[in-house]
Design a protein around this ligand. Structure first.
Ligand code: AP5
Length: 217
């Protein structure tokens, strides 16, 4: 299973990608997570990416393509992979296609997470991330658990992600409309590749719909 999870910020790609990865036993690569880790470690890549991420803008295509090339080259992606938050531009999609072609493989599905904008803003303002283990929670709205100010998994403090501040969320949504939405047309050219997921509902409800969509029951 070679799958891309596509959709606006806050649509639930990361949440569902983790569940899908666990359920199907294929690795998930999230370019946002890889970049945040590089920022946290203060590497050269992290320092370069940080100024784009803080503004809610996209990191240059060649940088993220390099990250994905590296991730897919690892042996663990041999029997399938889930890409979360990549590609985000037509140039990235073209780069991915070339990369997969060179490996003699191709995508099986691109899942578009459809969520109304007011719900996205609400989800992003309620998201809290553990500053230590990186676990993602929602302040009382995904119906799964009640979360206070400490990580239920490791006890560290929960934080608002830097780019989840309302002014940066507005930029990220604009960037999504201007640069990423075009991928719906791009992938729509391939019959049956693009599958729309109604990603509203509880996490469990959305997971069920996703598994059905991918014939992964
Ligand atoms: P990235 O980390 O990829 O951010 P994003 O795409 O904006 O996606 P999010 O992580 O915000 O949302 P999500 O869809 O994963 O939702 P989640 O599951 O967390 O990118 C960050 C930055 O990195 C970019 O702005 C850019 O600068 C850079 N970058 C990354 N990739 C790049 C690329 N390819 N090219 C260039 N630059 C790149 O859910 C959100 C919240 O909702 C959580 O609190 C969750 O608990 C909750 N939730 C989940 N499901 C539900 C539900 N069903 N009901 C209610 N709440 C729910």
């Amino acid at each position: 299973m070679n799958v891309v999870l596509l959709g606006p910020p806050g649509a639930g790609k990361g949440t569902q990608g983790d569940l899908l990865s666990e359920r199907c036993g294929v690795p998930k690569y999230a370019t946002g997570d890889i970049l945040r880790e590089a920022v946290r470690r203060g590497t050269r890549l992290g320092r370069e990416a940080q100024r784009y991420m803080e503004q809610g803008e996209l990191v240059p295509d060649e940088v993220v393509l390099g990250l994905v090339r590296e991730a897919l080259a690892s042996g663990e992606a041999q029997d399938g992979f889930i890409l979360d938050g990549f590609p985000r531009t037509v140039a990235q999609a073209e780069g991915l296609e070339a990369l997969l072609e060179a490996r003699g493989t191709a995508l099986d599905a691109v899942v578009f997470f459809s969520v109304p904008e007011d719900e996205l803003v609400q989800r992003l303002s309620s998201r809290r991330v553990c500053g230590d283990c990186g676990a993602v929670y929602s302040v009382g709205s995904d119906g799964r658990r009640d979360v206070g100010s400490r990580c239920p998994a490791c006890g560290a403090k929960l934080e608002l992600r830097d780019d989840d501040r309302p002014e940066t969320v507005r930029v990220r949504l604009r960037v999504y409309r201007e640069k990423t939405e075009a991928l719906l047309g791009w992938y729509g050219r391939h019959e049956e590749m693009l599958r729309e997921l109604d990603a509203v509902g509880t996490v469990e409800e959305v997971q069920k719909k996703l598994l059905n969509l991918l014939d992964c029951t």
